[in-house]
Design a protein around this ligand. Sequence first.
Ligand code: PSV
Ligand code: MN
Ligand code: MN
Length: 424
Amino acid sequence: MITDQDISVHNEQKFKVHSSEIQHLETKLQDKGFDVKNIISDLARFQVAIPSWALGTGGTRFGRFPGGGEPTSLEEKIADVGLLHKLNASSGAISLHIPWDIPENTNQLIALAKEHNLAFDAVNSNTFQDQPNAEVSYKFGSLCHIDPGIRKAAVDHNKEVIRIGKELDSKALTIWLADGSTFPGQHNLRGALQRTHESLASIYDDLPEDWKLLLEYKPYEPNFYSMVIPDWGTSFLLVSKLGEKARTLVDLGHHLPNTNIEQIVAVLMSESKLGGFHFNDSKYGDDDLTVGSLKPYQMFLIFNELVDGMRNTQNPEISWMIDASHNLKDPLEDLLQSVEAILIAYAQALIVDRKSLALAQEKNDVARAQEILQDAYRTDVRPLVAAARMQSGAALDPISLYRSAEVRSRLVKERGLHAVATGL
Ligand code: PSV
Ligand code: MN
Ligand code: MN
């Protein structure tokens, strides 16, 4: 849909303004002792995986309003992520959710992904829904279920997801459990946790040496009295018991209001247990809105801890992924906005004057410390992100190219107005 030629024509049109913006910023940052080339290279290397389930309109339980041209096969989902990656050079991986995605001809899928310069990121298991013709029901839980037969089915499903992931050369399994209770008395709380640990240990036994097991947590929904893994502490406890390859995954929407997520990041990194991220934004709960649309300062503060942790802890490489989808915007435009917001927060964190910050902290100079952080946050770093994209052969302004190339209407023409993606 978008060719190299389209990108160079677009970049030529945008270059004059971009080059004056980047020069201005370069002077400012050089003056502060930053090497702009290094910052741009760090940004260009940063890759955020796209979830296959975000390529269609998400909807709510009250309705769904698909805009047309959505991908209806795994091949089309790969093509959509390929398109994003072509535009921004930062979305070089797709994350599959099994069985929403059922890879049929894996060799063909691998070849197609390669054509688009894409890798297969973490594979996600699904034991929160009953599939048509399923032999067991997860109505009362999966890995925590009181019935050993149902626990075994859920464990086996996760093992099957690992098997599929291995074929695709994925390197991580992400587990999110809806398991919990909605009324007091429904669960023996200790029993449910114990059974979940045993089931996870059996899955962990099947994990290849070079894989990670990423364990999410969430305080409520779909269960409203207790979730078996409600918070980072419980996830941390479980991954610590499981072993080195198991780590906690932080989904930004899975916290009670006002939780200090950046502090959770700092604690997990200091224990080398931060395994992955699901980026999104929210006002109330797990709203799954576009990254940076509501709390961009929080995003910056999170990246501030991430950058500090990546430099000063032994925490292994982190898997970055978006987990956002909703009802109103074109899903591809929405994802471009999310990736951009992530890179902006990262760029802002890269220009924090850390030496001066450490000095201010040493002197308990609280006002100065705030000034230093906000100086970075208030710098318009968009030219750095655009420069990183251009350096990688992508578009200076991906959304404007997406719109001027009329991608959505071409997709509607190709796939139909009523093509609706599978997923939530
Ligand atoms: C649960 O709310 C969650 O964040 C998990 O990551 C699921 O796998 C995903 O959403 C599905 O959309
Ligand atoms: Mn998630
Ligand atoms: Mn969620």
